[in-house]
Design a protein around this ligand. Structure first.
Ligand SMILES: Nc1nc2c(ncn2[C@@H]2O[C@H](COP(=O)(O)OP(=O)(O)OP(=O)(O)O)[C@@H](O)[C@H]2O)c(=O)[nH]1
Length: 191
């Protein structure tokens, strides 16, 4: 069984006002948090982005998948990666999550079982589909959801067998949508 780390880094960042994945956090661009977490688990890394953002990344040993039509959303981005990159499982992480770490990646990978198509962490009953595992078996349902113009990850999760894993941890899943979302004192190296 192989697992590919997929970083979703092709969003509009409209609430943030500039491409948030390149904001510096603890000495590195924010998206590199996910790169490091995957690499520490020896997982190959794919970054899903678009042509406009592509030149701003600087990574070796990472495969870049660019979307010809940008801003189609995370479900489209995952589907596009599944079509381009052969793997059994795809570990999706958004590029705007400062506290994803290698231990979380390892913990969720250990929850994979043969009879599920997605492993979704929950925190206080909130689904976390952008820090989650998807099997290639979900590709057909993902394509169907997009065809039906249902573009959210949740639409896919209603169509496949999901294993939910309660993590009792909100910090790991914190994501940055707007500048004021940075926890106070946690981002001293950019402003
Ligand atoms: N590759 C790819 N990633 C996306 C796309 N849309 C969103 N993402 C990523 O998915 C994660 C969550 O995105 P959101 O914060 O919901 O959306 P956003 O477009 O980045 O930001 P807003 O414009 O403020 O909604 C971020 O890491 C985005 O970069 C897309 O169309 N393609």
């Amino acid at each position: 069984m192989n697992i590919t780390g997929v970083i979703l880094a092709g969003g509009k960042s409209s609430r943030y006002g500039k491409p948030k994945m390149f904001e510096r956090f603890r000495g590195r661009p924010l998206y590199k948090v996910a790169v490091d977490a995957f690499e520490k688990n020896a997982l190959p890394v794919v970054i899903a982005t678009n042509e406009t953002l592509l030149s701003h990344f600087s990574d070796e040993n990472v495969t870049f998948i660019t979307e010809q039509t940008p801003h189609e959303g995370p479900l489209y981005a995952l589907t596009h990666v599944m079509e381009q990159v052969e793997s059994d499982w795809y570990f999706v992480v958004a590029a705007d999550m400062p506290f994803i770490d290698a231990a979380f990646i390892a913990t969720l990978c250990r929850q994979i079982t043969a009879n599920c198509d997605a492993v979704i962490p929950t925190s206080n009953d909130n689904w976390q589909p952008l820090a989650a595992l998807y099997h290639r078996r979900a590709l057909e349902q993902a394509k169907q959801a997009l065809f039906d113009n249902q573009r959210s990850m949740r639409a896919l999760l209603h169509q496949v067998r999901v294993s939910f894993v309660e993590m009792n941890d909100t910090t790991t899943f914190l994501n940055i949508n707007a500048v004021e979302d940075w926890p106070q004192g946690d981002k001293g190296d950019n402003k």
